[in-house]
Write a protein that binds this ligand. Structure first.
Ligand code: G3P
Ligand code: CA
Length: 238
């Protein structure tokens, strides 16, 4: 069954990477949550996509040059819609306390250097197969493999070809995460034969969504999980 992962929550309908967005994805029936991890200047792990806070808060500046006292006071909801005013940037700790064990988690390391802190935070939970750690940064995913070989690790890639599949397999990861535009049934088959799961990302529209479903991929992150879940139900895939 295709795993439907709310990308930054249900980020088409609520401010990305906030509790309202994550809660909404779960209310819609998503199987898991995707989010992005960075660290503040004083080492607090926070969930935010961009290097700077400018697009998704009422503040300005780089995440890694801001203290948690400053970041935690920002409004991370009003930019999206007035009814979300007062929404805060979540810490990884608060996210895990709220969602660990309730749903699947696809945690993306956005800022190289946070790997040990993330692994430490996860040690307090026994998440088994419900957790996958990912990154576009090869060194980050390898670092996680070395710090905690027991954790499920996957690589986010814009190139999906036999070489990328072999590289991920040889590194002992469980999953490859290609951009949706690069996915073909043949490459999904090859990844499966190599023992890897395939989780897509970057489903910009419903045509790409259908392409991912028809490819045989194992899962995908998506900003509009309700649309994908509706499609799966309509086609007898749920
Ligand atoms: O699900 C993976 C996806 O989140 C990667 O791209 O830029 O949205 O973090 P991005
Ligand atoms: Ca991400």
């Amino acid at each position: 069954m295709l795993q439907v992962i709310g990308h930054r929550g249900a980020s088409s309908y609520a401010p990305e990477n906030t509790f309202p967005s994550f809660d909404l994805a779960l209310e819609m029936g998503a199987d898991g949550l995707e989010t992005d991890i960075q660290a503040t200047q004083d080492g607090v792990l926070v969930l935010i996509h961009d290097r700077r806070v400018d697009r998704t808060t009422n503040g300005s500046g780089a995440v890694n040059e801001s203290t948690w006292a400053d970041l935690g006071a920002l409004d991370a909801g009003a930019w999206f819609a007035p009814r979300f005013a007062g929404t805060r940037i979540p810490t990884l700790e608060a996210f895990l306390a709220r969602y660990a064990g309730r749903t699947g988690l696809a945690l993306e390391i956005k800022a190289p250097g946070v790997e040990a802190g993330v692994v430490d935070a996860l040690r307090r939970y026994d998440l088994g197969t419900s957790l996958t750690l990912t990154s576009f940064n090869w060194e980050s995913v390898i670092a996680v493999r070395e710090l905690a070989p027991v954790l499920r690790v996957s690589w986010l890639t814009r190139t999906f070809d036999p070489e990328a599949i072999e590289r991920v397999r040889a590194a002992g990861m469980v999953q490859i995460c290609p951009k949706a535009t690069e996915i073909t049934p043949e490459l999904v088959d090859l990844a499966h034969r190599e023992g890897l799961e395939v989780r897509a990302w970057g489903l910009a529209d419903e045509a790409l969504m259908v392409r991912v479903v028809e490819s045989g991929a194992d899962g995908t992150s998506i900003n509009f999980p309700d649309v994908l879940l509706g499609y799966l139900r309509e086609h007898g895939l749920r």
